[in-house]
Design a protein around this ligand. Structure first.
Ligand SMILES: NC(=O)c1ccc[n+]([C@@H]2O[C@H](COP(=O)([O-])OP(=O)(O)OC[C@H]3O[C@@H](n4cnc5c(N)ncnc54)[C@H](O)[C@@H]3O)[C@@H](O)[C@H]2O)c1
Length: 299
C-alpha cells in the first residue's frame, strides 16, 4: 500500500518525535491528542527542534518550513479517515489502546493499517479489539525518535505479510533500520535492555554504588553512550515501571521491578519529563544527582 498520510495518536514524547520524523521524511501527518495543551506543546517542540537543525546546517529554512506545512493538529479522530497508516502512541495501557483502535474502526476504511508504538503490549491482544486483525502491527520507535535509528516491527499472530512490507517501507523512508520481532512481551530490545536498567536501580537502592558511579561504570567500562540511570530518566521512570510490570507478569522474577524504581515513581520522580528522576533537570539540562538518592549513600 502506498502511504502518503499518517495519523499519529498521542502527542507526548514519542508521538511528537514520530510526527516530526514523518513530516521531515515527506509524509503528511495529522497529530492527535485528547489534550489541546499537549498538541500545542508538541508543535512548539517540533518547530524548535527543526529550527535547531537549520542552525546546525543540517536542513535549510525552506526545508523546515515545507516540513511544517505537512503537520496538522487535531483533537478529533477525523484526520484518520483519509490516512493510510495510524500510529498509536498513547500511554502504555492495553484497554486505553484497544479503545483507541475500536473508535478508529468506525472512522477508517478497512484497509487502513493500525500500528502501535507499544513497548510491551501484545499486538495480537490489540488486534483483537478490531475487525481488522491482519492490519494491526507494531512499529516500536526509540527515544528520541528523530535521532534513534531503530524501528522494531512486531507481527501479531494474524498480521498480514503485505502490512509488514508497507510499514517496512515507511520506516525506511523515515531513515530507520528495521528489525522484526515475534509478538512476545518486550520484543527484542526491551527484553534484553530492561533487566540491565532495573539492576542499575537495584545497585543504587542497595547502596552498592552511587548514581554517578553506576552510570560512569557502564559508560566507561562497557562503552555505552549513556548510563543506565540517565537512560531510565530519559525513557520516563513511570513508563519503565509499567513495562517491567508487564514483563514480570509474563516471565516472572527476573523482571520484577526494583523497590527503588517503584518508590521513585510513587514519589513523583518520573525522570526528565517531571524535572527529577535519578538526576535533577532544569530546562531540560541535567543539574546533578537527585538529593534523595545521595541521602541513601550518606546513611
Ligand atoms: N518514552 C519512551 O522512551 C518510549 C520508547 C518507546 C516506546 N514508548 C511507548 O510509546 C507510547 C507513548 O509513550 P510516551 O513516552 O510518548 O508517553 P507520554 O506520556 O509522553 O504521551 C502520551 C500522550 O498520549 C495522550 N493521550 C492519552 N490518552 C489519549 C487518548 N485516548 N487519545 C489521544 N491522546 C491520548 C496524552 O495526552 C499524552 O500527550 C507508550 O506506549 C510507550 O510504552 C515509549
Amino acid at each position: 500500500m502506498n502511504v502518503e498520510k499518517i495519523f499519529v495518536v498521542g502527542a507526548g514524547l514519542m508521538g511528537s518525535g514520530i510526527a516530526q520524523t514523518a513530516i521531515v521524511s515527506g509524509y503528511q501527518v495529522v497529530l492527535n491528542d485528547q489534550n489541546q495543551a499537549a498538541l500545542d506543546r508538541a508543535k512548539t517542540g517540533i518547530e524548535r527542534a527543526l529550527t535547531r537543525e537549520v542552525e546546525k546546517g543540517r536542513m535549510t529554512a525552506g526545508e523546515r518550513d515545507n516540513a511544517l506545512t505537512r503537520l496538522a493538529l487535531d483533537v478529533t479522530l477525523e484526520g484518520a479517515r483519509t490516512s493510510q497508516l495510524v500510529i498509536e502512541a498513547i500511554y502504555e495501557n492495553l484497554e486505553a489502546k484497544q479503545a483507541i483502535f475500536s473508535s478508529l474502526e468506525d472512522v477508517c476504511p478497512p484497509e487502513t493499517i493500525f500500528a502501535s508504538n507499544t513497548s510491551s503490549i501484545s499486538l495480537t491482544a490489540l488486534a483483537s479489539a478490531t475487525k481488522r486483525p491482519s492490519q494491526v502491527v507494531g512499529m516500536h520507535f526509540f527515544s528520541p525518535v528523530p535521532k534513534m535509528r531503530l524501528c522494531e516491527v512486531i507481527f501479531g499472530l494474524l498480521t498480514a505479510p503485505e502490512v509488514l512490507e508497507t510499514v517496512k517501507e515507511v520506516g525506511e523512508k523515515m531513515g530507520k533500520t528495521l528489525i522484526l520481532s515475534d509478538d512476545k512481551p518486550g520484543f527484542i530490545v526491551n527484553r534484553a535492555l530492561l533487566p540491565m536498567l532495573n539492576e542499575a536501580c537495584v545497585i543504587v537502592g542497595s547502596n552498592i554504588g552511587t548514581v554517578e558511579d553506576v552510570d560512569n561504570g557502564m559508560k566507561l567500562g562497557c562503552n555505552h553512550p549513556m548510563g543506565p540511570l540517565e537512560l531510565a530518566d530519559m525513557i520516563g521512570l513511570d513508563i519503565l515501571l509499567n513495562v517491567m510490570k508487564v514483563l514480570d507478569s509474563e516471565y516472572g522474577e527476573k523482571y520484577h521491578p526494583s523497590m527503588i524504581l517503584r518508590k521513585m515513581v510513587t514519589a513523583g520522580f518520573l525522570g526528565r519529563k517531571s524535572g527529577a528522576g535519578f538526576y535533577i533537570y532544569e530546562n531540560g539540562k541535567k543539574m546533578g544527582v537527585n538529593p534523595v538518592l545521595t541521602q541513601i549513600h550518606a546513611l
